[in-house]
Design a protein around this ligand. Structure first.
Ligand SMILES: C[S@@+](CC[C@H](N)C(=O)[O-])C[C@H]1O[C@@H](n2cnc3c(N)ncnc32)[C@H](O)[C@@H]1O
Length: 274
């Protein structure tokens, strides 16, 4: 597939051996922002709590077909299939993650219900108007063309279908200049904001169901990740490059600092197609 430079960089990042080892040791099958209610939760517990919260906002049934865009290792798809008994398609850029996703589905007997598709959410390789829900967690920040993503989501959703997603964003009044330094050396061109997504959704004729802002959760997740790196450093350093670990620590510290200054946002955005 012919990807843009930003997308190709993201694909390499998520395909890397370092990344896979890092995720295996620190996160497990869910690599999204978790829900920390008291801060005592482990990363996997908080990540599961988040899946519970998002799914509680939808009324799902076994006949639903869901598309998860930017699906990582497929933790969301397995969670939804086990909970609702519905079919889920996973669309993800990283072939390495998709391989592991397929393997986990096979091992758990879920392969007949979860289809894993290699590709980009900027050109969704599925027919139009087939999904009841398009779901996404913390993946759209990697898009360099969010208008295209909304166009594609609108195309593949059935009439009245719902788009529910979470994203790491900048606060509404933050300028691109403030965010620029934390995006240096990462495959992210810009961050969206709630205001931007509301406008985009409106332009594509989506109706807003609700927006839940929880900027503190991105700081919590990154702080927990930093702590986990310190605790598991010896083990991590056996399977991840030291440069990679150094880079992760710098990256997380920068994002935490920017979050504490009030420049970052995070939330659940929920829209319905007319
Ligand atoms: C932070 S991870 C979140 C993974 C998953 N949603 C989860 O909750 O565990 C971001 C994911 O977005 C995927 N991604 C980034 N850009 C993408 C694109 N253009 N199309 C499809 N997937 C993409 C990456 O491969 C990665 O799996």
């Amino acid at each position: 597939m012919d990807y843009s430079t930003t997308t190709a960089k993201t694909r390499d990042y998520y395909n890397s051996h370092d990344m896979k080892s890092f995720h295996t040791l620190i996160y497990g099958e869910n690599i999204h922002i978790g829900l920390y209610r008291n801060g005592n939760e482990s990363i996997p517990e908080a990540n599961l709590e988040m899946l519970e919260m998002i799914s509680s906002l939808l009324t799902l049934n076994p006949s639903n077909l869901i598309l998860d865009i930017g699906s990582g290792y497929g933790g969301t798809a397995r969670y939804l299939n086990k909970k609702i008994n519905c079919r889920v398609d996973c669309l993800n850029l990283s072939e390495a993650q998709n391989e592991l996703n397929r393997e986990l589905n096979r091992k758990q007997g879920l392969a007949p219900f979860i289809e894993v598709i290699d590709g980009s959410f900027e050109a969704i390789p599925t027919p139009s108007e087939i999904y009841d829900v398009v779901w996404s967690q913390d993946a759209l920040l990697y898009s360099s063309d969010r208008t295209k993503v909304f166009q594609e989501v609108s195309r593949v959703l059935k009439k009245k279908g719902q788009f529910i997603f979470t994203d790491v964003m900048q606060s509404d009044d933050c300028t691109a200049e403030v965010i620029k330094p934390i995006l240096a050396n990462v495959s992210i061109k810009s961050l969206a904001s709630i205001k931007y997504y509301r406008e985009l959704a409106k332009n594509f004729g989506f109706e807003e169901i609700q927006v839940i802002e929880m900027p503190e959760q991105v700081i919590n997740q990154y702080q927990k990740t930093l702590e986990a790196i310190e605790q598991k450093y010896e083990e991590l350093s056996k399977s991840c490059g030291l440069e990679f670990l150094k880079y992760q620590k710098i990256r997380l510290n920068n994002w935490i600092k920017t979050g504490k200054q009030g420049y970052l946002n995070w939330g659940i955005l929920h829209f319905r197609k007319f």
